[in-house]
Design a protein around this ligand. Structure first.
Ligand code: GRF
Length: 218
């Protein structure tokens, strides 16, 4: 009998795979008791695929440009993912908008991390937008994925101050330090059965979290 069952994580990337690396490290350091069963990139040239290979993880590219439209790519991606029987799908810098049909197939078992204090600044260039708006703080949010872009129920949020001389780059790297902490933390909670999506709300121990998620104090 196999008694060594571990939650199966599937990771979707498009670029550097920085969040992917934080999961590789978190599993190696026993912060998360799970197994990465596949890394899939829509971009065949994503440097993150090299990180996956270096860690000995099964990885492959599914190039969206080989498909006639968004729907057919999403069906192929969902079929590919299902073959790996994941318990949780993690978007790690995955730069594709997912169709509602895709999201429904994996409802409650897909997470994303976004570099802003959602619901502020969904989409791209979040640090630049926060600086230009004169905000004094920004941060990162881990959330369940719904068909609304960066709009699913928040699980954990971490704040970061915006300093006077910050550029988008300096701010991004400070936010990324927090991402490294809160994304593995949310996944750890999910793998332990503590975090769930229930009636459209992220719940911790069965109780709904506030709309901005658990407030992480780093
Ligand atoms: C992270 O900053 C995350 O907030 C966003 O994508 C970035 C990671 O991209 N979703 P990558 O893994 O370096 O390509």
């Amino acid at each position: 009998m196999n008694t060594s069952y571990k939650p199966r994580l599937a990771i979707l990337i498009s670029g550097k795979g920085s969040n992917l690396q934080s999961f590789i490290d978190a599993i190696q350091m026993n912060v998360i008791d799970a197994e990465i069963v596949c890394v899939i990139s829509n971009n065949p040239d994503a440097p993150g695929l090299e990180k996956a290979r270096a860690a000995g993880l099964p990885c492959q590219a599914l190039d969206h440009r080989q498909f006639p439209d968004r729907d057919s790519f999403d069906v192929a991606l969902a079929d590919l993912l299902e073959g790996y029987r994941p318990n949780l799908i993690l978007l790690c810098g995955f730069m594709r908008i997912l169709t509602p049909a895709f999201v429904e197939r994996f409802a409650g078992m897909m997470m994303n991390i976004h570099p802003s204090l959602l619901p502020k600044y969904p989409g791209l260039h979040t640090q630049q937008r926060a600086i230009e708006a004169g905000d004094t703080k920004t941060g990162a949010t881990v959330h369940f994925v719904t068909s609304e872009l960066d709009g699913g129920p928040a699980i954990i949020q971490a704040e970061v101050p915006i300093l006077e001389d910050d550029t988008a780059e300096t701010l991004s790297s400070r936010v990324f330090e927090q991402e490294n902490l809160i994304y593995p933390m949310a996944v750890r909670w999910y793998c332990q059965g503590r975090v769930t999506l229930s009636n459209g709300r992220a719940c911790l121990f069965g109780r709904p979290l506030p709309p901005t998620g658990f407030a992480f104090q780093g």
